[in-house]
Design a protein around this ligand. Structure first.
Ligand SMILES: Nc1ncnc2c1ncn2[C@@H]1O[C@H](COP(=O)(O)OP(=O)(O)OP(=O)(O)O)[C@@H](O)[C@H]1O
Ligand SMILES: [Mg+2]
Length: 302
Protein backbone atom coordinates (compact mmCIF):
# COMPACT_ATOMS: atom_id res chain seq x y z
CA UNK A 1 0.00 0.00 0.00
CA UNK A 2 1.18 3.53 -0.79
CA UNK A 3 0.12 6.11 1.81
CA UNK A 4 -0.43 9.67 0.56
CA UNK A 5 -0.46 12.48 3.10
CA UNK A 6 -2.22 15.81 2.48
CA UNK A 7 -2.21 18.04 5.54
CA UNK A 8 -4.20 20.84 3.93
CA UNK A 9 -6.93 18.82 2.20
CA UNK A 10 -9.27 20.87 0.05
CA UNK A 11 -12.52 20.81 -1.81
CA UNK A 12 -11.57 21.82 -5.35
CA UNK A 13 -14.43 23.77 -6.93
CA UNK A 14 -14.37 24.70 -10.61
CA UNK A 15 -16.72 27.27 -12.16
CA UNK A 16 -17.00 27.33 -15.93
CA UNK A 17 -18.07 30.75 -17.17
CA UNK A 18 -18.15 32.16 -20.73
CA UNK A 19 -16.51 35.44 -19.64
CA UNK A 20 -16.00 37.01 -16.20
CA UNK A 21 -17.68 40.37 -15.57
CA UNK A 22 -15.92 41.82 -12.52
CA UNK A 23 -18.54 44.54 -12.08
CA UNK A 24 -21.65 42.48 -12.66
CA UNK A 25 -23.46 39.23 -12.10
CA UNK A 26 -21.84 36.11 -13.54
CA UNK A 27 -23.87 33.13 -14.61
CA UNK A 28 -21.94 29.91 -13.95
CA UNK A 29 -22.32 27.38 -16.77
CA UNK A 30 -21.06 24.30 -14.95
CA UNK A 31 -19.78 23.56 -11.45
CA UNK A 32 -17.44 20.71 -10.53
CA UNK A 33 -16.62 19.79 -6.93
CA UNK A 34 -14.02 17.21 -5.94
CA UNK A 35 -11.68 16.29 -3.14
CA UNK A 36 -8.30 17.87 -3.75
CA UNK A 37 -4.91 18.58 -2.37
CA UNK A 38 -1.76 17.21 -3.96
CA UNK A 39 -1.71 13.88 -2.11
CA UNK A 40 -5.28 13.18 -3.21
CA UNK A 41 -4.23 13.75 -6.83
CA UNK A 42 -1.26 11.40 -6.40
CA UNK A 43 -3.57 8.73 -4.95
CA UNK A 44 -6.02 9.09 -7.87
CA UNK A 45 -3.21 8.44 -10.37
CA UNK A 46 -1.87 5.47 -8.39
CA UNK A 47 -5.35 3.95 -8.02
CA UNK A 48 -5.94 4.34 -11.78
CA UNK A 49 -2.73 2.33 -12.31
CA UNK A 50 -4.10 -0.46 -10.09
CA UNK A 51 -1.87 0.32 -7.10
CA UNK A 52 -3.32 -0.09 -3.59
CA UNK A 53 -3.43 3.33 -1.92
CA UNK A 54 -4.54 4.96 1.31
CA UNK A 55 -5.29 8.69 1.60
CA UNK A 56 -4.69 10.46 4.88
CA UNK A 57 -4.50 14.05 6.04
CA UNK A 58 -6.39 16.64 8.02
CA UNK A 59 -9.94 17.70 7.22
CA UNK A 60 -12.81 19.12 9.23
CA UNK A 61 -16.13 20.93 9.29
CA UNK A 62 -18.78 20.81 6.56
CA UNK A 63 -16.12 21.18 3.85
CA UNK A 64 -14.15 18.32 5.36
CA UNK A 65 -17.26 16.13 5.22
CA UNK A 66 -17.74 17.03 1.54
CA UNK A 67 -14.12 16.03 0.91
CA UNK A 68 -14.63 12.65 2.61
CA UNK A 69 -17.89 12.07 0.71
CA UNK A 70 -16.09 12.65 -2.59
CA UNK A 71 -13.23 10.31 -1.65
CA UNK A 72 -15.86 7.63 -0.93
CA UNK A 73 -17.65 8.33 -4.22
CA UNK A 74 -14.31 8.01 -6.05
CA UNK A 75 -13.68 4.72 -4.15
CA UNK A 76 -10.36 6.02 -2.85
CA UNK A 77 -9.57 4.32 0.47
CA UNK A 78 -9.08 7.02 3.10
CA UNK A 79 -8.28 7.36 6.80
CA UNK A 80 -8.68 11.12 7.21
CA UNK A 81 -8.02 12.63 10.64
CA UNK A 82 -10.83 14.97 11.71
CA UNK A 83 -9.97 18.43 13.02
CA UNK A 84 -12.20 21.15 14.49
CA UNK A 85 -11.63 23.81 11.84
CA UNK A 86 -13.44 23.89 8.50
CA UNK A 87 -11.35 22.66 5.56
CA UNK A 88 -10.54 25.05 2.75
CA UNK A 89 -12.14 25.39 -0.63
CA UNK A 90 -10.02 26.17 -3.66
CA UNK A 91 -11.93 27.88 -6.42
CA UNK A 92 -10.91 27.82 -10.08
CA UNK A 93 -12.84 30.18 -12.32
CA UNK A 94 -12.35 29.04 -15.91
CA UNK A 95 -13.22 31.41 -18.72
CA UNK A 96 -13.87 29.70 -22.05
CA UNK A 97 -13.72 31.40 -25.44
CA UNK A 98 -10.86 31.98 -27.88
CA UNK A 99 -8.11 32.16 -25.25
CA UNK A 100 -9.22 30.16 -22.20
CA UNK A 101 -8.11 31.69 -18.89
CA UNK A 102 -8.21 30.37 -15.34
CA UNK A 103 -8.09 32.32 -12.08
CA UNK A 104 -7.39 30.37 -8.88
CA UNK A 105 -8.63 31.41 -5.44
CA UNK A 106 -6.96 29.36 -2.69
CA UNK A 107 -8.31 29.79 0.84
CA UNK A 108 -5.65 29.60 3.59
CA UNK A 109 -7.37 26.69 5.33
CA UNK A 110 -8.02 25.97 8.99
CA UNK A 111 -5.69 26.58 11.92
CA UNK A 112 -4.50 23.28 13.43
CA UNK A 113 -4.08 23.05 17.23
CA UNK A 114 -1.06 21.48 18.95
CA UNK A 115 -3.30 18.72 20.38
CA UNK A 116 -4.71 17.93 16.92
CA UNK A 117 -1.22 17.78 15.46
CA UNK A 118 0.00 15.42 18.20
CA UNK A 119 -3.01 13.11 17.69
CA UNK A 120 -2.59 13.19 13.91
CA UNK A 121 1.09 12.31 14.26
CA UNK A 122 0.13 9.14 16.19
CA UNK A 123 -2.55 8.31 13.57
CA UNK A 124 0.00 8.84 10.77
CA UNK A 125 2.69 6.73 12.46
CA UNK A 126 0.32 3.76 12.68
CA UNK A 127 -0.65 4.07 8.99
CA UNK A 128 2.94 4.62 7.82
CA UNK A 129 3.95 1.45 9.70
CA UNK A 130 1.99 -0.65 7.21
CA UNK A 131 2.85 1.31 4.04
CA UNK A 132 5.33 0.21 1.35
CA UNK A 133 5.97 3.88 0.52
CA UNK A 134 4.72 7.25 1.78
CA UNK A 135 4.06 10.39 -0.28
CA UNK A 136 3.88 13.70 1.61
CA UNK A 137 2.89 16.63 -0.56
CA UNK A 138 1.35 20.07 -0.74
CA UNK A 139 1.21 23.09 1.51
CA UNK A 140 1.15 23.09 5.31
CA UNK A 141 -1.92 24.29 7.18
CA UNK A 142 -1.58 27.19 9.60
CA UNK A 143 -0.40 26.40 13.10
CA UNK A 144 2.04 23.57 12.33
CA UNK A 145 5.86 23.81 12.41
CA UNK A 146 7.71 24.37 9.13
CA UNK A 147 9.79 21.21 9.68
CA UNK A 148 6.72 18.94 10.05
CA UNK A 149 7.44 17.10 6.78
CA UNK A 150 10.94 16.28 8.00
CA UNK A 151 9.45 14.95 11.26
CA UNK A 152 6.82 12.84 9.45
CA UNK A 153 9.43 11.50 7.00
CA UNK A 154 11.65 10.49 9.92
CA UNK A 155 8.79 8.58 11.58
CA UNK A 156 8.03 6.32 8.59
CA UNK A 157 9.84 2.99 8.33
CA UNK A 158 9.03 2.92 4.58
CA UNK A 159 10.69 5.13 1.93
CA UNK A 160 9.16 8.62 1.75
CA UNK A 161 8.74 11.12 -1.11
CA UNK A 162 8.30 14.78 -0.18
CA UNK A 163 6.85 17.27 -2.71
CA UNK A 164 6.92 20.68 -1.03
CA UNK A 165 7.79 24.34 -1.49
CA UNK A 166 9.39 27.04 0.67
CA UNK A 167 10.37 26.31 4.27
CA UNK A 168 8.90 22.78 4.31
CA UNK A 169 11.12 21.94 1.30
CA UNK A 170 14.20 23.50 2.91
CA UNK A 171 13.70 21.42 6.07
CA UNK A 172 12.65 18.16 4.32
CA UNK A 173 16.15 16.58 3.93
CA UNK A 174 16.55 16.45 7.73
CA UNK A 175 13.93 13.65 7.79
CA UNK A 176 16.06 11.59 5.36
CA UNK A 177 13.31 11.13 2.75
CA UNK A 178 14.11 8.72 -0.09
CA UNK A 179 13.11 11.37 -2.67
CA UNK A 180 12.46 15.10 -2.65
CA UNK A 181 10.54 16.46 -5.68
CA UNK A 182 10.61 20.23 -6.21
CA UNK A 183 10.02 21.91 -9.56
CA UNK A 184 12.76 24.28 -10.77
CA UNK A 185 11.16 27.43 -9.30
CA UNK A 186 10.55 25.81 -5.91
CA UNK A 187 14.13 24.54 -5.80
CA UNK A 188 15.54 27.97 -6.75
CA UNK A 189 13.51 29.60 -3.95
CA UNK A 190 14.81 27.09 -1.40
CA UNK A 191 18.47 26.77 -2.45
CA UNK A 192 20.59 29.19 -4.51
CA UNK A 193 22.36 28.12 -7.70
CA UNK A 194 21.54 26.05 -10.76
CA UNK A 195 19.04 23.16 -10.50
CA UNK A 196 21.99 20.75 -10.39
CA UNK A 197 23.65 22.65 -7.54
CA UNK A 198 20.39 22.95 -5.62
CA UNK A 199 19.65 19.25 -6.00
CA UNK A 200 23.19 18.31 -4.88
CA UNK A 201 22.77 20.56 -1.83
CA UNK A 202 19.47 18.94 -0.74
CA UNK A 203 21.01 15.51 -1.24
CA UNK A 204 24.04 16.46 0.85
CA UNK A 205 21.60 17.55 3.60
CA UNK A 206 20.01 14.09 3.77
CA UNK A 207 17.64 13.45 0.83
CA UNK A 208 18.30 10.07 -0.81
CA UNK A 209 17.55 11.51 -4.25
CA UNK A 210 16.37 14.86 -5.57
CA UNK A 211 14.13 14.86 -8.64
CA UNK A 212 13.73 18.33 -10.16
CA UNK A 213 10.80 18.62 -12.55
CA UNK A 214 11.32 21.05 -15.41
CA UNK A 215 7.86 21.17 -17.01
CA UNK A 216 7.99 20.36 -20.73
CA UNK A 217 11.81 20.21 -20.47
CA UNK A 218 11.56 16.98 -18.49
CA UNK A 219 13.43 16.01 -15.33
CA UNK A 220 16.84 16.35 -13.69
CA UNK A 221 17.51 13.72 -11.02
CA UNK A 222 20.42 13.52 -8.62
CA UNK A 223 20.33 9.99 -7.17
CA UNK A 224 22.52 7.41 -5.44
CA UNK A 225 22.96 5.76 -8.86
CA UNK A 226 24.17 8.99 -10.46
CA UNK A 227 22.71 12.10 -12.07
CA UNK A 228 20.22 11.70 -14.91
CA UNK A 229 18.41 13.94 -17.35
CA UNK A 230 15.03 12.86 -18.80
CA UNK A 231 13.98 14.73 -21.96
CA UNK A 232 10.45 14.82 -23.37
CA UNK A 233 10.15 14.08 -27.15
CA UNK A 234 7.46 16.78 -27.53
CA UNK A 235 5.45 19.33 -25.56
CA UNK A 236 1.97 18.21 -24.54
CA UNK A 237 -0.65 20.94 -24.60
CA UNK A 238 -3.36 21.15 -21.97
CA UNK A 239 -3.66 21.70 -18.23
CA UNK A 240 -0.24 21.53 -16.50
CA UNK A 241 -1.76 21.60 -12.99
CA UNK A 242 -1.27 18.14 -11.51
CA UNK A 243 1.61 17.12 -13.81
CA UNK A 244 3.89 17.16 -10.80
CA UNK A 245 1.47 14.98 -8.83
CA UNK A 246 1.41 12.39 -11.63
CA UNK A 247 5.22 12.47 -11.76
CA UNK A 248 5.30 11.86 -8.00
CA UNK A 249 2.88 8.93 -8.40
CA UNK A 250 5.30 7.40 -10.91
CA UNK A 251 8.24 7.96 -8.56
CA UNK A 252 6.33 6.26 -5.73
CA UNK A 253 5.69 3.20 -7.93
CA UNK A 254 9.38 3.15 -8.79
CA UNK A 255 10.28 3.16 -5.09
CA UNK A 256 7.92 0.27 -4.34
CA UNK A 257 9.10 -1.80 -7.31
CA UNK A 258 12.77 -0.92 -6.89
CA UNK A 259 13.26 -0.32 -10.62
CA UNK A 260 16.57 1.22 -11.78
CA UNK A 261 16.47 5.04 -11.78
CA UNK A 262 16.41 5.59 -15.57
CA UNK A 263 13.36 3.32 -15.84
CA UNK A 264 11.62 5.04 -12.92
CA UNK A 265 12.23 8.47 -14.40
CA UNK A 266 10.94 7.49 -17.83
CA UNK A 267 7.65 6.21 -16.44
CA UNK A 268 7.22 9.10 -13.99
CA UNK A 269 7.92 11.72 -16.67
CA UNK A 270 5.49 9.98 -19.04
CA UNK A 271 2.77 10.13 -16.38
CA UNK A 272 3.48 13.84 -15.87
CA UNK A 273 3.09 14.48 -19.59
CA UNK A 274 -0.07 12.35 -19.75
CA UNK A 275 -1.55 14.38 -16.88
CA UNK A 276 -1.15 17.59 -18.92
CA UNK A 277 -3.40 16.05 -21.57
CA UNK A 278 -6.16 15.37 -19.00
CA UNK A 279 -8.47 18.26 -18.03
CA UNK A 280 -8.38 17.83 -14.23
CA UNK A 281 -5.58 17.27 -11.71
CA UNK A 282 -5.34 13.63 -10.63
CA UNK A 283 -6.24 12.25 -14.06
CA UNK A 284 -4.02 11.24 -16.98
CA UNK A 285 -4.53 10.37 -20.64
CA UNK A 286 -3.64 6.71 -21.28
CA UNK A 287 -3.07 7.21 -25.03
CA UNK A 288 -0.59 10.04 -24.42
CA UNK A 289 1.10 7.92 -21.75
CA UNK A 290 1.51 4.96 -24.11
CA UNK A 291 2.76 7.19 -26.95
CA UNK A 292 5.28 9.28 -25.03
CA UNK A 293 6.68 6.68 -22.60
CA UNK A 294 8.98 4.82 -25.05
CA UNK A 295 10.17 8.09 -26.63
CA UNK A 296 11.46 9.79 -23.47
CA UNK A 297 15.25 9.67 -23.37
CA UNK A 298 17.10 9.32 -20.07
CA UNK A 299 20.82 10.00 -20.17
CA UNK A 300 23.52 10.34 -17.51
CA UNK A 301 24.24 13.99 -16.76
CA UNK A 302 26.83 15.73 -14.62
N1 LIG B 1 3.80 20.42 -21.40
C1 LIG B 1 4.42 19.28 -21.10
N2 LIG B 1 4.77 18.40 -22.07
C2 LIG B 1 5.39 17.24 -21.79
N3 LIG B 1 5.67 16.85 -20.54
C3 LIG B 1 5.38 17.67 -19.53
C4 LIG B 1 4.74 18.93 -19.76
N4 LIG B 1 4.55 19.52 -18.55
C5 LIG B 1 5.02 18.67 -17.63
N5 LIG B 1 5.53 17.55 -18.20
C6 LIG B 1 6.09 16.38 -17.50
O1 LIG B 1 5.53 16.34 -16.19
C7 LIG B 1 6.55 16.53 -15.20
C8 LIG B 1 6.03 17.37 -14.05
O2 LIG B 1 5.65 18.65 -14.52
P1 LIG B 1 6.01 20.04 -13.80
O3 LIG B 1 7.48 20.22 -13.77
O4 LIG B 1 5.19 21.07 -14.46
O5 LIG B 1 5.51 19.76 -12.31
P2 LIG B 1 5.00 20.78 -11.19
O6 LIG B 1 5.47 22.16 -11.50
O7 LIG B 1 5.37 20.20 -9.89
O8 LIG B 1 3.41 20.69 -11.37
P3 LIG B 1 2.21 20.75 -10.28
O9 LIG B 1 2.79 21.01 -8.95
O10 LIG B 1 1.31 21.84 -10.78
O11 LIG B 1 1.52 19.42 -10.36
C9 LIG B 1 7.72 17.16 -15.95
O12 LIG B 1 8.94 16.84 -15.29
C10 LIG B 1 7.61 16.51 -17.32
O13 LIG B 1 8.17 15.22 -17.33
MG1 LIG C 1 4.45 20.66 -8.03
Amino acid sequence: MILTVTLNMALDVTYEVPAVDWDGVNRVGAVHRRAGGKGVNVARVLAALGQEVLVTGLAGGPTGRAIEDDLRAAELPAAVFAIGGDSRTTLAVCEGGETPRTALFNEPGPEVTAAELAAFTRHYTALAGRADAVVISGSLPRGVPADLYATLAGLAPAPVIVDADGEPLRHAPKGRPAVVKPNAEELARAVPGTPGEGAEALRAQGAGAVVVSLGADGVLAVTGEGTFRARMPYTVRGNPTGAGDALVAGLALGLVEGAPWPERLRRAAALGAAAVAAPVAGAFDRDVYADIHPRITVTPAS
